[in-house]
Design a protein around this ligand. Structure first.
Ligand SMILES: Cc1ncc(COP(=O)(O)O)c(C=O)c1O
Length: 372
């Protein structure tokens, strides 16, 4: 018997073979192992740099005593609290293992072969990934010259086969945003049969006066779904919980596509506790804004061009190739993200806005590299 493996590649759908796997920011432990460095800071995955408040940790610890049991599959308490917090009906809420899972669920629930999804590029890479894995349904539209969504071009890309549009607001990786008026104009120009997802993972960090709360559109545009997360400003990326809000008739269908128990016990407990601490959110948003301003100015001083950001990260370009810049920073114990994974040319990096001391250390390392 020939026990050579067959050519497994012939078994897979072309969409699977063509996927570029999601490449996350390097974990701190990996860099410690590879470079033998002790003292490392990670400014690469847009996490909030502060740990959760003690009340949240205590709630998770308490919940840990029950993890021999399955979680509450309906997420009853979290749904009720979130509905109250957002001023929406519980039936409008869908919970996921991070908003990442929700985005995938929405794509899979809606799109049949031959249909398409419009999104910006570069934007959150998961849209590209979800599209590749699902009938190669992606219809990417380039950002405009100022690294913003080109909503006019996105509306023009809609055809009779378009089921879904993703708008990342603020956009990851550029930090740019779409104003309330721009979103409204877009919603007025796409047919109601196109579901428009407003991905607001960084909602709480945004401070521009004309940045919209996506929930305001739900009353007039039943085709809007707002996706948010506890991973960023609520500092719960490690337990994975996100939510989507939309018309109950839509949410009812999406609910069917959830894996049983998709939101784990610790995530539910952490999210419930985090919702009770609005002052933590306000404080982190303030810190992020102050530090973002400092970091942007320091980067400008080092010869970077920096895109104005409404999120907890900065998108910056430098004449030095990004791969080299990031590798040299890594040797100094600072992890940032080269933008090649987002299909961007060399020179572009994304830096998460950290704690004051982390931002200063990042700039000091860059000064060393750039000879300032
Ligand atoms: C724009 C955007 N949407 C969604 C997510 C997914 O977040 P999570 O799955 O942690 O909720 C991220 C994470 O980086 C993001 O940047």
């Amino acid at each position: 018997m020939n026990n050579h493996p067959p050519n497994f590649n012939t078994l897979f759908r072309p969409g699977t073979l063509s996927v570029q796997p999601y490449s996350p920011g390097k974990p701190i432990e990996e860099v410690q192992r590879e470079l033998g460095l002790e003292d490392i800071i990670k400014l690469a995955s847009n996490e909030d740099p502060e740990g959760p408040r003690p009340e949240v940790i205590a709630a998770i610890q308490q919940a840990a005593l029950e993890i021999n049991r399955y979680p509450d599959g309906s997420c009853y308490t979290l749904t009720q609290k979130l509905a109250h917090h957002l001023g929406v009906e519980p039936e409008s809420i869908l919970l996921g293992n991070g908003s990442n899972e929700l985005l995938n669920m929405i794509v899979r629930a809606l799109i049949s072969p031959g249909e398409n999804m419009v999104f910006a590029r570069p934007s959150f890479v998961v849209y590209d990934l979800a599209a590749s894995l699902h009938f190669e349904c992606g219809r990417p539209v380039p950002l405009d010259e100022q690294d913003r969504h080109d909503l006019v071009a996105m509306a023009a890309a809609v055809d009779e086969k378009t089921k879904l549009m993703m708008i990342c607001n603020p956009n990851n990786p550029t930090g740019t945003y779409c104003s309330a008026q721009a979103v409204k104009t877009l919603l007025d120009s796409v047919p109601r049969r196109v579901i428009v997802v407003l991905d607001e993972a960084y909602f709480e960090y945004a401070f521009a006066e004309d940045y919209p709360d996506g929930l305001q559109f739900l009353a007039h545009y039943p085709n809007v779904v707002v996706a948010r997360t506890f991973s960023k400003i609520h500092a719960l990326a490690g337990v994975r919980v996100g939510y989507a809000v939309g018309h109950p008739d839509l949410i009812k269908q999406f609910q069917k596509t959830r894996e049983p128990f998709n939101v784990n016990t610790l995530a539910q407990a952490g999210a419930i506790a985090a919702l009770a601490l609005p002052d933590a959110v306000a404080q982190r948003a303030r810190r992020n804004r102050t530090e973002g301003k400092w970091l942007a100015e320091a980067l400008l001083g080092l010869g970077f061009s920096v895109v104005p950001s409404q999120a907890n990260f900065l998108f910056a370009r430098h004449a030095l190739p990004a791969g080299e810049l990031c590798a040299r920073l890594l040797k100094l114990g600072v992890i940032i993200r080269p933008m090649s994974a987002f299909g961007l040319g060399d020179g572009a990096v994304r830096i998460t806005i950290g704690l004051p001391e982390e931002n200063r250390r990042c700039i000091a390392a860059l000064e060393e590299i750039l000879g300032h």
